[in-house]
Design a protein. Structure first.
Length: 225
C-alpha cells in the first residue's frame, strides 16, 4: 500500500513555489480507494513523514520563500539528524530545518482509528476505547464542545511541549531552524495570536523557531536570529 508514494520521490529537489501543490498531489493519491484513504488517515508507512514533516515544510516553503530559485530538499527515512534544507539555485544552503508536530501522539492515533471506524472523531478529546495498541477497541464517541479559552490553552501547551522536547536534544541540530507544525482549526486572528503570545523561548536554543498551521496558511516567527 505504501508504494503509492515512493520514498525516492521525496528526495528530489522541489521548487519552493510549488512545494505545497506537490505535497497535496502526493496526499491526493490516497483518496482513490477506501483502503488507501484509511492507510494515510492512520499515517502508515511513509505517509507519516509526508503528513508530519513534509506538509509543514511545504507550507513554510510557500509562506517564507515561494521562489522558483529556492529549493526544498527533504531527507526522508532519518538519513540525517535534521529533516530538510532550503538551497538556492547555486547550491548555497539558506536554511536547515528540523520539524516537529504539536500533537498528542496517542490521542491523534486513537482519533484516526475512530475516523476509520466511524467516519468521525472528537477533535480535542480522546475517543473512548479499551485494550492496548495491538487489540484496541474504539467506541463511537460524540463530538466535543470546547470553549475558545480551553482551545488556546491546549494548543499553546502542545506547541510549547513539542519545542521543549526538541530543545532537550539541541546538540543534534547545530545551526538549525526548528519548524513546529500545529493543527489549529480556529477562525479569528486574535485567537491565533493568543496562542502564539503564550510561547516561551528557552536560553541557548535553536537559531530560530517558526510555526505553521496545518489547518490554514498562517505562519509565525516564534524566535528570530
Amino acid at each position: 500500500m505504501n508504494t503509492l508514494i515512493n520514498i525516492d520521490e521525496l528526495r528530489d529537489y522541489i521548487q519552493s513555489d510549488i512545494a505545497l501543490k506537490w505535497v497535496k498531489s502526493l496526499i491526493s493519491r490516497y483518496s482513490e480507494t477506501p483502503e488507501s484513504l484509511d492507510f494515510i488517515t492512520l499515517k502508515k508507512g511513509i505517509t507519516k513523514e509526508v503528513l508530519d514533516e513534509l506538509l509543514p515544510l511545504s507550507k513554510y516553503a510557500q509562506s517564507y520563500y515561494n521562489d522558483p530559485k529556492v529549493f526544498l530538499k527533504f531527507y526522508p527515512g532519518s538519513t540525517t539528524s535534521y529533516d530538510a534544507d532550503f538551497i538556492d539555485s547555486e547550491g548555497k544552503l539558506l536554511e536547515r530545518k528540523e520539524v516537529t508536530v504539536a500533537i498528542d501522539g496517542q490521542q491523534s492515533t486513537i482519533q484516526a482509528e475512530s475516523i476509520v471506524e466511524f467516519g468521525h472523531s472528537p477533535i480535542y478529546h480522546t475517543p473512548e476505547y479499551c485494550g492496548n495498541v495491538k487489540n484496541r477497541t474504539i467506541n463511537e464517541t460524540d463530538g466535543d464542545i470546547v470553549g475558545t479559552d480551553s482551545i488556546i490553552d491546549l494548543q499553546s501547551e502542545r506547541i510549547q511541549r513539542a519545542y521543549r522536547k526538541k530543545h532537550e536534544n539541541l546538540h543534534k541540530y547545530p545551526n538549525t531552524t526548528l519548524l513546529i507544525g500545529a493543527d489549529i482549526p480556529l477562525f479569528m486572528e486574535w485567537e491565533y495570536q493568543a496562542i502564539i503570545d503564550k510561547f516561551e523561548v528557552l536560553e541557548d536554543t535553536f537559531n530560530s523557531i517558526k510555526c505553521v498551521n496545518i489547518s490554514s496558511n498562517h505562519c509565525w516567527i516564534l524566535k528570530l536570529i
